[in-house]
Write a protein that binds this ligand. Structure first.
Ligand code: NAD
Ligand code: ZN
Length: 357
């Protein structure tokens, strides 16, 4: 038995207003004449947050177009643009949701690795450390701030650049930044965390390490989405820590059925991660009976619409594509259903599940 020896985030700062420390935090990482690049979720274009970014001399603010979840082509384009404009840069600071944070991680890596980011989709394929990178979430739930991956859609697969070089050097967890997120988006991304917890805690890979974080994250999700009647600052504080702990939980276990199926949806239909997980979770009573019951309660209590019928008009070929992508996520299935998962989750059974969505 070998145990996973995983690389973690370098530095963590947590607190309301922690964003104000950014200048001081990144100053030691500025290299002469090389700019710091702030990759900011396009949602914040023209917002007061932009004036708080500690821009110096030739630094650059780039707005990340996250209308679609990150593609390898977009990562390559951003990295090339920076190489053309500056040659080298001091670092990349990603400010936004999971998509922007993943873009920042990937761009940092591609500043120092040849070829296309698509060449590195997989496990431990990245050769060189990236440039300095920091992540600052403005939505809570994905755990992208702590993970060793950056999820990218490439020409042939949707798969992350999983490597020891991928985690951020620094994260700044400032719950104030999530305060104005729209109710639906906050719920979908928050449910990503809830689902991480259920999949981790109900999985066969569970150990005391991931259980400790998973239980705490689950409790925080419940505080926010079950026990509270109105959203307040305390909810932002709690959900940000839930995201962190949920991410730490899956760092030592794995996600499960909802994610494996949701990846299929996202590859074929472009369904976003948070909402895709919710669409799938709604139909997983067979695998996570208690979790699904509570999930449905949270949907109702928070008055959220979960889309249905999104696979109604698909062709056999399209179903096959989704089934292939989904069954390709072997570790997720093994975590969810055990070593014999292939006997349990047959193509027919998975097709029937997709047809329900
Ligand atoms: P997101 O980053 O895709 O953003 C969703 C929407 O919310 C966007 O339109 C964005 O502009 C907007 N937004 C962001 N912050 C906002 C704010 N404060 N107020 C209002 N709007 C805001 O959403 P997400 O759910 O955080 O991230 C999903 C992405 O994260 C997917 O691409 C998924 O693949 C990735 N992901 C990565 C990991 C990982 O470990 N690397 C884990 C889970 C998910
Ligand atoms: Zn997820």
């Amino acid at each position: 038995m070998t145990f996973r020896n995983f690389k973690m985030v370098g530095y963590v700062v947590y607190g309301r207003g922690a964003f104000n420390q950014l200048d001081e935090i990144i100053t030691p990482h500025r290299e002469q004449k090389k700019p710091m690049v702030f990759l900011v979720d396009h949602f914040f274009e023209g917002s007061p947050l932009i004036n708080r970014i500690p821009v110096r001399e030739n630094d650059k603010i780039l707005f990340a177009d996250v209308s679609y979840e990150p593609k390898t082509t977009y990562v390559d384009r951003l990295a090339q643009q920076l190489k053309d404009e500056f040659g080298k840069i001091s670092g990349v600071i990603g400010i936004g949701g999971g998509s922007t944070m993943d873009l920042a991680k990937a761009v940092s890596l591609m500043m120092n690795n040849p070829g296309s980011s698509a060449d590195y989709q997989g496990w431990d394929l990245v050769k060189n450390p990236g440039v300095y990178k920091a992540g600052i979430p403005t939505l809570s739930g994905t755990g992208a701030e702590v993970s060793r991956t950056t999820v990218l859609t490439g020409p042939t697969k949707k798969l992350g650049m999983n490597s020891d070089f991928t985690p951020f050097d620094q994260i700044v967890l400032d719950p104030e930044l999530t305060a104005n997120a729209p109710v639906n988006q906050r719920f979908y991304t928050g449910m990503d965390c809830y689902i991480h917890c259920i999949e981790s805690l109900e999985g066969t890979f569970l150990n005391e390490f991931s259980k400790s974080y998973g239980e705490k994250a689950l409790q925080l999700c419940r505080d926010v989405f079950v026990n509270k009647n109105t959203w307040d600052a305390d909810c932002d504080d709690k959900l940000m820590m839930a995201s962190y702990a949920g991410g730490m939980s899956i760092a030592y276990s794995q996600v499960g059925v909802a994610h494996a199926v949701s990846y299929g949806l996202s590859y074929l239909l472009g369904t976003r991660h948070g909402i895709g997980n919710c669409i799938v979770m709604n139909h997983l009573e067979e695998y996570y009976p208690d979790g699904v019951k509570e999930f449905k309660h949270m949907v109702e209590k928070n008055k959220i619409e979960i889309p249905a019928g999104i696979c109604r008009v698909l062709t056999d070929e399209q179903f096959d594509t989704m089934i292939n992508v989904s069954l390709g996520m072997k570790p997720l299935w093994e975590n969810a259903l055990g070593k014999n998962w292939e006997k349990i989750m047959t193509r027919e059974k998975l097709r029937a599940l997709f047809e329900k969505l």
